[in-house]
Design a protein around this ligand. Structure first.
Ligand SMILES: NC(=O)c1ccc[n+]([C@@H]2O[C@H](COP(=O)([O-])OP(=O)(O)OC[C@H]3O[C@@H](n4cnc5c(N)ncnc54)[C@H](O)[C@@H]3O)[C@@H](O)[C@H]2O)c1
Length: 484
């Protein structure tokens, strides 16, 4: 990484908790103040000016946003309570680069409650909730972020977080790898004090593995992206909810009785299928993998080839992680009014480029909704131009983000408190026991009561009564309920 040129900030991050427009449901800044925050001098009510946000006066609105998020992030609140007095992050100086939203604010304030000092910047130039950044600055967190930063602002903000008189980070919490990259490039000596990096995104984790492979990773790093709980919530449960949300917001479609084909029956496909089936849609599945195809059969879905059914479908949804799963030829054969969208990878699954030909007319009917009109008048409804539907057209529930944020907090605590020698200069997954702890912190939300192993049972199973309860290779399979 350190030999690469500085990359543009990752405006299009790659996991669910990263990409949704978190401001969609937020208080909107009605001020038409175009002055760059960098040009303004602002102070919070305690007289500090160690921050740079759009408008500190919005702090009160931000506080309300944070309070709403807290309601569905009670795991973090209970983490604060459980650790009371203990302060497992006392002395930790965390520099963070994530989306700055109400949900991240709940995380940051948890870290502060656990004893950490935090300096924070945004990992995305568009996603900052200005009022939330103001609320954080008001309570004394050094935040450098606003919605609509330029690329130069983006790196300036990162620099202001890292490079400050009399303060040196000893922990890094990153989302996308830009902050880590900046420290490697500009301030490598900081790593002498850093005890660990916690990274959340696919891209950032990939960069860390590359560094490790090249023998250039100089501190332990925790890959929270691949924690079981996080993966399950991002891929399966979040998609199960957001597929419906995204389709409704864009098309007002009724699901009952609609013919739908879902391409790919992995985690995302399973979530989409079960949600659509529950609302009365008639769902069929395409798969390349016989195991997933058989699972689809067992769950009551007909497994077909896209070509066999495409002519009759009301909706075509891709969830494969693959490319050109829906081709121009198949788009040509769809019926009038067919809705086409992607829940899988980036923008590769539907061959959208093939629709940019002179005989087809594109008509923008709503934000993120295009009618593609064939010469005979047939219309296909393309959502989000083939990019991820839920991330472009709906929001991510605070509860899903709570899982990620709790995992990040525990990863920081683990790395910060680990005895010398437990972690080397490598990339680690959060220990299974901690993953289980993340889940257990979320159980009280549902008044769920866990059964405890008896001594005899623990012995019989060869388990410790306090976990971990499963080996690392255990796959937590989703079973679609047949009554849906
Ligand atoms: N929209 C979101 O919020 C969101 C969330 C998480 C992951 N994702 C993305 O969704 C994609 C799928 O994730 P997943 O966890 O379900 O992966 P997965 O590997 O569990 O599932 C993908 C499935 O698609 C099948 N497949 C591959 N090519 C195919 C083809 N040509 N036709 C039919 N089936 C095909 C595979 O056999 C596999 O079973 C990934 O790209 C992932 O990054 C999206």
């Amino acid at each position: 990484m350190s030999e690469e040129p500085l990359k543009a900030p990752s405006h299009k991050p790659d996991t669910v908790s990263l990409c949704a427009d978190p401001t969609a449901a937020s208080y909107t800044d009605s001020s038409d103040d175009e002055t760059s925050p960098r040009e303004k001098t602002q102070v919070n009510s305690k007289g500090s000016s160690d921050f740079c946000v759009k408008n500190i006066k919005q702090a009160e609105f931000g506080r309300r946003e944070i309070e709403i998020a807290e309601q569905d992030m009670s795991a973090l609140i209970s983490l604060r309570k459980r650790a009371q007095g203990e302060k497992p992050l006392a002395g930790a100086k965390v520099v963070g680069c994530t989306h700055i939203t109400a949900q991240t604010a709940v995380l940051i304030e948890t870290l502060v409650a656990l004893g950490a000092q935090c300096r924070w910047t945004a990992c995305n130039i568009y996603s900052t909730q200005n009022e939330v950044a103001a609320a954080l600055a008001e309570i004394g967190v050094a935040v450098f972020a606003w919605k609509g930063e330029s690329e130069d602002d983006f790196w300036w903000c990162i620099d202001r977080c890292v490079n400050t008189e009399g303060w040196q980070a000893n922990m890094i919490l990153d989302d996308g790898g830009d902050l880590t990259h900046w420290v490697y490039k500009k301030y490598p000596s900081v790593f002498k004090k850093v005890q660990g990096i916690v990274e959340e995104s696919v891209t950032g984790v990939h960069r860390l593995y590359q560094l490790s492979k090249a023998g250039k990773l100089c501190v332990p790093a925790m890959n929270v992206n691949d924690s079981v709980t996080k993966q399950k919530f991002d891929n399966l449960y979040c998609c199960r909810e957001s597929i419906l949300d995204g389709l409704k917001r864009t098309t007002d479609v009724m699901f009952g009785g609609k013919q739908v084909v879902v391409c790919g029956y992995g985690e995302v496909g399973k979530g989409c299928c079960s949600a659509l089936k529950a609302l009365g849609a008639i769902v069929c599945v395409t798969e390349i993998d016989p195991i997933c195809a058989l699972q689809a059969c067992m769950d009551g879905f007909k497994v077909v080839k896209l070509n066999e059914v495409v002519r009759h479908m009301d909706m075509v949804i891709t969830c494969t992680g693959n490319k050109n799963v829906v081709t121009r030829e198949q788009l040509d054969r769809m019926k009038n009014g067919c809705i086409v969208c992607n829940m899988g990878h980036s923008n590769t699954e539907i061959d959208v480029a093939s629709l940019r030909t002179p005989e087809l007319t594109w008509e923008r009917v709503r934000s993120q909704v295009d009618h593609i009109i064939w010469p005979d008048g047939k219309r296909v409804i393309l959502l989000a131009e083939g990019r991820l539907l839920n991330l472009s057209c709906s929001t991510v529930p605070s509860f899903v983000l709570s899982i990620t944020a709790t995992t990040q907090a525990l990863a920081l605590i683990e790395l910060y408190n680990a005895p010398e020698g437990r972690y080397r200069q490598d990339v680690y997954l959060l220990p299974k026991k901690m993953d289980e702890y993340v889940a257990s912190l979320h159980l009280p939300n549902f008044d769920a009561h866990l059964t405890e192993l008896s001594d005899e049972q623990a012995k019989y199973m060869g388990l410790n009564k306090n976990g971990p309860f499963k080996p690392n290779y255990y796959r937590y399979q989703h079973h679609s309920t047949q009554s849906e």
